[in-house]
Write a protein of this length. Structure first.
Length: 182
């Protein structure tokens, strides 16, 4: 099964994706985590992406980030869960080419949403370098705008599921499992 989680910062995508990945015994790939991991290894693409885009609340260009994900996808024969990818029309175009070339498809897309107020409450708990309020607000604005064509595309394919991310972790898990018919 191939699943995508999409949503704003602090909607619970990572938490829910990890839980579902364990249940389904498939890997979860977070583009942000892949970039941060490569950044720690001093990969030039990750350094450029993190410093010139992520820390400004902007999307990292596809040519800088997709190679990190592609390597993982090539080694995921039982399926995968993606955390917040594709995030832009450019991401979607590249990702769809990859899927077509590898004869793969996406089974479901879970759009976890949350309000700005809830996002602010959750931000105080996590505390990452790119979690300062200005960067978070820039990420929310950019991602909300950039996410529109991605959501429209998956909705047109009839695989988009809307889930309220403001409920408790357990309630959101139940909602997701129902939507996935698991």
């Amino acid at each position: 099964m191939n699943i995508i989680f999409i949503g704003p910062p602090f909607a619970g995508k990572g938490t829910q994706a990890e839980s579902l990945g364990k249940k389904l015994e498939i890997p979860v790939y977070s583009m942000g985590a892949l970039i941060r991991e490569a950044y720690e290894k001093r990969d030039p693409r990750a350094i450029e992406g993190h410093e010139n885009y992520s820390l400004k609340g902007e999307h990292v260009p596809i040519e800088l980030k997709f190679p990190f994900l592609e390597e993982k996808l090539n080694n995921s024969p039982k399926g995968f869960i993606l955390d917040n990818f594709p995030a832009t029309a450019e991401d979607l175009e590249t990702f769809n080419r990859y899927l077509q070339t590898h004869n793969l498809s996406i089974d479901r897309v879970i759009h976890l949403w949350t309000s700005r107020e809830e996002m602010g409450k959750r931000r105080k708990v996590r505390g990452r370098e790119d979690d300062n309020p200005e960067i978070i607000e820039a990420r929310r604005i950019n991602q909300d705008k950039d996410r529109i064509p991605v959501l429209k595309y998956y909705k047109s394919k009839k695989i988009l599921e809307e889930v309220n991310g403001e409920k408790s972790i357990e309630e959101v898990q139940v909602d997701i499992l129902k939507k996935l018919e698991i």
